[in-house]
Design a protein around this ligand. Structure first.
Ligand code: GDP
Ligand code: MN
Length: 389
């Protein structure tokens, strides 16, 4: 789960990590009041969306008067912001963050992530801050220094020094960085974060090290014990289909293709997507209806799949180990009956009660294409989607 910048910065403040003073605003009026309360001479108005790259997309604007703050807020609120991370439709700007402007001497990069390979928290830092870190990592990886934290020993002073040297910090800033690092490590663990990123971490003209941007991802599997953070969820920033799927305990991820998949089991779903691609098609989604797939959930899955108007065919691939194929067939038939399914449905069933399931589909009177096996199913779905496109 992602937090907004303003939420992340509130957490930074709680942990004593220096940030510029700022206030969140949901209206132009609130933005102007926030600017007045902060006082000038310089402000920054920042669109609060779950995507980076706002600066280049017009979502971060400097203002020299309260009127200008209001103008920028007016230009942002109620619109959608498209950045290179937001997807083509962009994300809604429901709030702006109004912040006291900083005078920047240097822009640095600093992040903490869970590194799966080493099973440790990795701290990454670079003097090439402010820009796209993925690009720095791809083109000039030597500009990023990484240290790994021992799970029991935590951050060691030599590691903090190593990062400070890598960033080329002066003596006066080294101590500030060390203190920020120690607080970040504590925040990271306390919040069950999977990522904390500060880009840029700045050195101001007066020599202060300050977090100018803030991004926190909280591990979804830990939300049950992070009630306060879970309460910060902003569903308006999330994919509507993914949110609905989550409500029904379905594992759904939106993709760009036109063949919708409904599969029981994450591994089988991955395999199904691979086969679709192997046969020249593109999956429209990943969808795992889980082991306890009921007719009701199959119906809801159809509903979610069909809200994507790119879908030209649906591939249902069920292995009846725990579930019974006849139940799934009933679910498919009920869904086709109730939901208006205007695209071909290819079904591959295998496992418990498979004969009964296939018979139900054949007798249903609906145009449901039965597939002999998974390869056959993928071929048929690709062919039908191609014909409809
Ligand atoms: P992002 O583009 O979504 O990552 O948004 P950031 O919060 O990182 O802001 C983008 C850029 O705007 C920063 O790298 C800075 O160059 C600039 N910026 C943000 N806040 C200030 C500020 O207070 N003063 C100045 N001079 N520039 C700022
Ligand atoms: Mn940034």
């Amino acid at each position: 789960m992602n937090l907004h910048e303003y939420q992340s910065k509130a957490l930074f403040a709680e942990y004593g990590i220096p940030i510029p003073e700022g206030r969140v605003a949901a209206s132009v009026d609130e933005a102007a009041k926030a600017a007045e309360a902060l006082g000038g001479p310089l402000w920054v108005v920042k669109a609060q969306v779950h995507a980076g790259g706002r600066g280049k997309a017009g979502g971060v604007k400097l203002a020299k008067s309260v009127e200008e703050v209001a103008e920028h807020a007016k230009g942002m609120l109620g619109r959608r912001l498209v950045t290179h991370q937001s997807g083509p439709d962009g994300l809604p700007i429901d709030r702006v963050y109004v912040e006291s402007g900083s005078e920047i001497d240097r822009e640095l990069y600093l992040s903490l992530v869970v590194d799966r390979a080493s099973e440790k928290i990795a701290i990454m830092a670079s003097a090439a801050g402010g820009m796209d870190i993925e690009e720095v990592a791809a083109r000039t990886p030597e500009k990023i220094s990484t240290v790994f934290l021992h799970p029991a020993a935590g951050l060691q002073p030599y590691q903090a020094r190593q990062i400070a040297f890598g960033l080329g910090l002066e003596k006066a800033q080294q101590g500030q960085l060390h203190s920020i690092l120690a607080k970040l490590v504590k925040l990271f663990a306390d919040c069950d974060a999977s990522l904390v990123e500060i880009n840029p971490l700045i050195v101001t003209k007066s020599g202060e090290v300050v977090a100018l941007d803030a991004k926190i991802n909280v591990e979804d599997n830990a939300l049950f014990r992070q009630q306060r953070l879970a309460g910060m969820r902003d569903v308006a920033q999330e994919d509507e289909k993914e949110r609905r799927a989550h409500e029904h305990d379905l594992n759904y991820v939106s993709l760009d293709g036109n063949i919708a998949c409904m599969v029981n089991g994450a591994g089988l779903a991955m395999g199904t997507m691979d086969l679709i691609k192997l046969h020249g098609g593109e999956p429209a989604n990943f969808l795992d209806v889980g082991g306890g797939a009921t007719a009701e959930r199959v119906k809801e899955a159809f509903n979610i799949i069909l809200t994507n108007d790119k879908v030209k065919a649906i591939l249902v691939n069920i292995f009846g180990g725990i579930v019974r194929c006849d139940l799934i067939a009933e679910g498919v038939i009920a869904a086709v009956k109730e939901v208006h399914v205007g695209v071909p449905v290819v079904v591959r069933l295998e496992g418990t009660n498979v004969e009964k399931g296939r018979q139900l589909l054949a007798d249903s009177g609906f145009d449901i294409v039965a597939a002999a096996d998974l390869t056959d199913a993928a071929r048929k779905a690709v062919e039908l989607a191609g014909a409809a496109a």
